[in-house]
Ligand binder design. Structure first.
Ligand code: ATP
Ligand code: MG
Length: 308
């Protein structure tokens, strides 16, 4: 192991002091008496689509805002290695990512940026190949770093890249829930179907949540859902639940221009209201009480599958 890697592992493993600092900044801190080193369940949700440009990053960012407003401590991970979209949409500048953690330059807590709306962001690691070639010791270091933050988190949202890249598949496999975003375009539907096919046939995923975006109305969104879920349930052995519809909304486009999530800049807009309704429903989902309900399951799987 190189010296810088060893330093990285040490830095990751000794991040407790900063975690305490992070806790102080967090409005909904865990009371001291319930704080413990023991793992606590965390909701882990991957947002995926197949086709690009259908609204994954908007869904991830606005659900992060809305879930934070419901009192959750949310971490949004930008897993799109190609483009740093989350930063741009939130109007924040980030300098560090998981690669800096591995290189020993920063701790995990130091790379988490504060987002307007009261949540944290882990910026995209632009060096995808670096993340895909971790040694077992580096894996262990990252897993340790994540297992130290689970006491400070309620929800982890992963904004994935377009397509069916290995990294997208591994993020989906490691998450408890996979939200598939579709729009009323043939390519969006067929690419989402192809993604579900790979995830179900090759990786045994059987349950998905569908979010219809840029719809004309709730009825339009439900019609897309019916069409899509019928085909999936007929040809693939999966269940697809209806998560909700987000309408096509000019206010959302304006918000993107202003680099501020629509849920914050136009909270009464049609899309913001839809995001809030969806977040309310997500908030009622049961967190699995088996091993998959823990952050460690996510982290172990993510790095295991990226290394295979
Ligand atoms: N509900 C909506 N109403 C109107 N326009 C929307 C809506 N959702 C997304 N858009 C438009 O679609 C564009 C792409 O959205 P977004 O970046 O969230 O998609 P993405 O799936 O993350 O894309 P990529 O695959 O490139 O990561 C936005 O810039 C915006 O113009
Ligand atoms: Mg995106």
């Amino acid at each position: 192991m190189h010296n810088d890697q060893a330093a990285g592992l040490r830095a990751m493993q000794s991040s407790t002091t900063e975690l305490e600092g992070m806790e102080e900044q967090t409005e909904q801190s865990i009371p001291a008496e319930t704080r413990s080193k023991n793992a606590k369940p965390v909701r882990v949700i991957a947002v995926a689509s197949g086709k690009g440009g259908v609204g994954k990053t908007n869904v991830s960012v606005n659900l992060s805002v809305a879930l934070s407003q419901l009192g959750n401590r949310v971490l949004l991970m930008d897993a799109d290695m190609g483009l740093a979209n989350v930063d741009i949409m939130l109007g924040i500048q980030t300098k560090y990512n998981l690669v800096h953690v591995l290189n020993g330059e920063k701790t995990l807590v130091e790379v988490m940026a504060d987002a307007p709306g009261g949540f944290k962001v882990i910026p995209a690691a632009s060096g995808d190949t670096r993340m895909a070639q971790l040694s077992p010791a580096e894996n262990a270091g990252i897993i340790n770093a994540f297992s130290e933050i689970d006491a400070f988190l309620d929800v982890l949202i992963i904004d994935t890249a377009a397509g069916i890249a290995d990294s997208v598949v591994s993020y989906c496999r490691a998450s408890q829930e996979v939200v598939i975003v579709v729009t009323d375009e043939p390519a969006s539907m067929t690419d989402a179907y192809a993604l579900i096919k790979v995830l179900s046939r090759e990786h045994d995923l059987t349950k998905f949540q569908l979010l219809a975006n840029m719809a004309r109305s709730e009825e339009h969104g439900k019609m897309l859902y019916d069409k899509f879920s019928n085909v999936c349930e007929k040809f693939l052995e999966v269940s697809v639940d209806y998560l909700g519809t987000v309408p096509f909304d000019h206010d959302l486009r304006e918000a993107i221009q202003k680099q501020s999530p629509v849920t914050l800049s136009k909270p009464n807009s049609a899309s913001a209201k839809a995001f809030k309704r969806i977040a309310n429903d997500i908030n009622k989902w049961a967190i699995p009480n088996d091993a998959t309900g823990y952050l460690q399951f996510f982290v172990e799987n993510i790095f295991r599958s990226q290394n295979n």
